[in-house]
Design a protein around this ligand. Structure first.
Ligand code: G6P
Ligand code: MG
Length: 213
């Protein structure tokens, strides 16, 4: 059934959670806003500005649009500096060999990520030229749970949504896949939402899901 797999990036192909956390924590500290892992968790799959709006729920002053833009830019500078620590060693053997096996079976492989840093991260991981298409925060106007990022990914590889399988670790991403008319394989935290067609306990389980489809 499936002819293509569209992967979320952060939390699926690699883990950037602690870098996001450290960068947002630096901003929150400067603004004297309480910030912890639980709040950080809510930022998964959510765009940069929407993430900041969530952090600002605990801020009791007013902030102009320009100020918000400037704080999110600052966060991104810190985040990008931290991303320089990433290297091909951060790509797990399991992920790489599963991707290679899927490709060997003739499936097209794409990225569907809300991040504007997706290209940079893929480059750091040594996957700069690997995927057949990359749909990310730079080519969308609405972030997950809106389906736009996945719909664009399917268009980029020339496949109908029905033959695409999305792999997601965030509830917002599973919702986005569903809204785009695509099946979803949940991994990690997204399994809990119980909304996906398939639930993976390991990334390599994906092979079996595709084989049995
Ligand atoms: C991914 C992450 C989110 C992040 C978003 C935007 O979806 O899971 O936590 O907020 O990308 O990332 P960016 O790199 O553009 O700030
Ligand atoms: Mg994710």
């Amino acid at each position: 059934k499936y002819q293509a797999v569209i992967f979320d990036l952060d939390g699926v192909i690699c883990s950037t959670d602690t870098y996001h956390y450290q960068a947002w924590k630096a901003i929150a500290d400067e603004l004297k806003i309480p910030f912890n892992e639980t709040i950080n968790h809510r930022l998964r799959g959510v765009s940069r500005m929407e993430s900041f709006e969530i952090i600002l729920e605990k801020y009791d002053k007013e902030m102009s649009r320009e100020e918000k833009v400037s704080w999110t830019e600052k966060k991104n500078e810190i985040y990008k500096e931290l991303l320089k620590n990433m290297s091909p060693a951060d790509l797990s053997e399991e992920v790489k060999s599963t991707l290679d096996a899927l490709r060997e079976k003739g499936l097209l492989l794409a990225i569907g990520s809300s991040s504007k840093n997706a290209g940079f991260i893929l480059g750091q991981l040594g996957l700069g030229e690997y995927f057949d298409a990359v749909s990310d925060g730079n080519n969308i106007t609405k972030s997950k749970p809106d389906p736009e990022v996945f719909v664009k990914a399917a268009q980029f590889i020339g496949k109908e949504p029905e033959v695409c399988l999305v792999v997601e670790d965030a509830k917002a991403g599973v919702e986005a896949a569903k809204a785009g008319g695509m099946d979803c394989a949940a991994i990690g935290d997204a399994v809990k939402c119980g909304m996906a067609e398939h639930n993976l306990s390991t990334f390599a389980d994906l092979l079996q899901v595709v084989q049995e489809s």
